[in-house]
Design a protein around this ligand. Structure first.
Ligand SMILES: NC(=O)c1ccc[n+]([C@@H]2O[C@H](COP(=O)([O-])OP(=O)(O)OC[C@H]3O[C@@H](n4cnc5c(N)ncnc54)[C@H](OP(=O)(O)O)[C@@H]3O)[C@@H](O)[C@H]2O)c1
Length: 336
């Protein structure tokens, strides 16, 4: 664990520090006495105000302006760090948009995710090698695991399962492709260059928000309590709490046996009927829940995180994630 005076403390970099996951990871690292270099694209923007309010941020957090496609900006942020958590990646928005044109635009944008995701990851890794970083933890996604029509249907998908690029190109799953290619390149770069790379593949990330904006996957819970779910493609939730994910990323960084490995980070698989009837309605009876509480069989994924649990990872119960998410969105004034 990091400790000592600021000069002696272990310094690590978090890319995408202001995002949903990045913010919780920065919070965890500061609480463990790391000095954190966080990358953001628009320093000074109020969307990062929450970062400066984190405990120990005033002494131990420094924000750097960096874009994944700008190698030099990444190099500056990574200089002097012994570890890097590469969290940043373009992510699809889960906000409902009443304008159908806007939805089409989002899908096209997903195609444009490929370059920042793949080239951006390689830029981060090159900068890590140049700066003699000890270990890089790359946040991938279950998207890089599950898009595999060749995998036997009755077999649990584990870390040996990879999404198939040709299948994703044919089905235009550009976000999935971006995460798969970026993760593969990262592990191969590590092997070729003697850099310790660990990849972590989270399922859908839910949980409380630290930031005040609503553009993140946890907004799915808000859409559920507003009865908006009909517009979403996701009625079977395969999810992990953002705080448990942050702990998983730290384990991936600190455990020596994790070098070069890939980990699925997933806690709960649950259909929308159970989310609503078992967990949400009993605690929050007054919200307007969706009427259609069914899901398609293809949405169900058989996965687990046994490998990560062997590293010592644990996760919190469903109700804690759901209740804390709602309370944090209430606190941010996003729901009543
Ligand atoms: N959310 C999910 O359900 C989910 C599931 C599995 C995996 N993941 C992965 O987990 C990671 C974090 O996801 P999240 O949901 O926490 O994301 P998020 O809140 O959308 O944050 C993404 C971050 O990436 C940064 N970013 C995007 N494009 C960039 C670029 N070109 N250059 C520099 N920074 C860029 C953004 O920076 P700015 O603040 O500067 O805009 C933002 O801070 C991502 O790698 C994502 O693919 C997410």
């Amino acid at each position: 664990m990091a400790g000592g005076t600021t000069d002696q403390k272990e310094k690590v970099c978090v890319t995408g520090a202001g995002g949903f996951t990045g913010s919780w990871l920065v919070n965890l690292l500061l609480s463990k006495d790391y000095v954190v270099h966080g990358t953001v694209r628009q320093p000074g923007d109020s969307k990062y105000d929450h970062l400066n309010k984190l405990e120990k941020a005033s002494e131990n957090l420094k924000l750097f302006k960096a874009d994944l496609l700008d190698y030099d900006s990444l190099r500056l942020a990574i200089e002097g760090c012994s570890g890097v958590f590469h969290v940043a990646s373009p992510t699809p928005t889960y906000l409902k948009d009443s304008d159908p044109e806007a939805r089409i635009f989002q899908i096209m944008l997903c195609y444009e995710f490929l370059e920042p995701a793949i080239k951006g990851t390689l830029n981060v890794l090159k900068a890590c090698k140049e700066a003699n970083v000890k270990r890089v933890v790359v946040v991938s996604s279950l998207a890089a695991v599950v898009m595999n029509p060749e995998w036997p249907k009755d077999q649990v998908k584990d870390e040996t399962c990879w999404s198939v690029p040709e299948y994703m190109k044919t089905t235009k799953k550009w976000y999935y492709l971006s995460k798969t290619e970026a993760e593969r390149e990262a592990l191969e770069f590590g092997k070729r260059n003697g850099l310790e790379v660990v990849t972590v593949c989270p399922s859908l990330i839910l949980g409380p928000i630290l930031q005040s904006t609503r553009k993140c996957s946890s907004f799915l819970i808000v859409m559920t309590i507003k009865g908006d779910l009909e517009s979403l493609p996701c009625n079977y939730w395969t999810f992990v709490d953002v705080r448990d994910l942050a702990e998983a990323l730290l384990l991936a960084y600190t455990k020596s046996e994790a070098a070069g490995e890939r980990y699925i980070c997933h806690s709960h698989s649950i259909g929308i009927r159970d989310v609503v009837e078992k967990y949400l309605r009993p605690t929050y009876p007054d919200y307007k829940y969706p009427k259609n509480l069914t899901y398609a069989e293809e949405e169900v994924q058989h996965i687990n995180s046994e490998k990560l649990q062997k590293l010592g990872w644990t996760f919190r119960p469903v109700e804690e994630t759901l209740n804390d998410s709602i309370e944090s969105h209430r606190k941010a004034g996003i729901v009543g």
